[in-house]
Ligand binder design. Sequence first.
Ligand SMILES: *Cc1c(COP(=O)(O)O)cnc(C)c1O
Length: 393
Amino acid sequence: MNTQELDKKYVLQTYGRGDIEFVSGKNATLTDSDGKKYIDFTSGIGVVSVGHANERVNAAICEQISNITHISNLYNIAPQAKAAEAVVKASGYDMACFFGNSGAEANEGAIKIVRKHGERDGEIKRYKIITLKHSFHGRTITTVKATGQESMHNYFGPFPDGFVYADNMDAIEGLLDDHTAAVMIELIQGEGGVEPQDKVQVQALEKLLKSKQIPLIVDEVQTGGYRTGEFTASQVYEITPEIITLAKGVGGGVPVGIVMTSLKDVLSAGDHGSTFGGNYLSSTAVCSVVEILNELKQSGELEKTSTYFNQELEKFYNAHKEQFTSKVGIGMMCGLRVKDAETLSSIMVNAKESGVMVLKAGRNTLRFLPPLTIKKEEIDEGFTALNTAMSRV
Ligand SMILES: *Cc1c(COP(=O)(O)O)cnc(C)c1O
């Protein structure tokens, strides 16, 4: 049986998979089983931030796993401690980390911290967590409930109580009460359609929450790891949340989820844990990825790449204005709003044919999450292919 047949027979069909089978990659260029090349403007949904087959990350991982891959969190783990230091220092916040294996697991950890935090002082238990209607926070039972999109709440109940949805940022204040444990937001909604929040509004929310001593959780699973120009989007928005969650881009493809928090003493030994979280393999990947991205940032290369990518995206947008309504995003988390869902589907199909990978977000957004290491030639090649695709839409 070929891969597709094996998949159909032995894998639960929870994904609407494309029919391409990639067999190799180098930076932002992928090759499929027919030898056809594609420019990757998706980095595996914002994961392969340092490109495919990154030699430095691979060398670091190989050296580590030739020695120890896993021991368990019952012992000190040198690469985990170093990864925590690297992540905290890159963010500039006075925080400490917990390591899990995915974005959803990081958000679960954040929720546990604020629920326990809400128990500490006074009689009234603070348990409510306010999230936004178009948010996306994960696929576990709790994070599916934390996700504000109603369509995600089919089938799987009963869900944990205590999640309240605000229609938008303005509506959050009216929902705060004595039982509010935290507000959890994405600064740029990813799955919701590349929707950046207004900076002034976010800063006002931060101030309001601080005055009420309600922790702010920023879900940076998609925005973290220099995607928006700084290590966290919270730095771009110039706020200091109590909790930041990270995952996708910080492991370079190795599964990792991180909760960073200034609420360092809420959880005690035994309150939370993970068998795999922060093991030698994934922590080594985080150390290497963050080191590479720090260098990219400090050399000015990240800024240059982001400027060039956005300039070319703007040109592309202007050349096809009859199909798009606006250009959105920050840094290398970008999108083009397409005039309707049908046109978007046609662009997706033709982009693939033309040899460039792009993503869909929300109902009508063409989403771009290129590797942060993407080369000028790869950007040029990708937009040439996209222009060809548009001529067939
Ligand atoms: C992808 C994503 C998640 C879920 O991450 P998983 O690793 O799939 O569990 C949560 N929040 C945001 C903002 C995401 O983009």
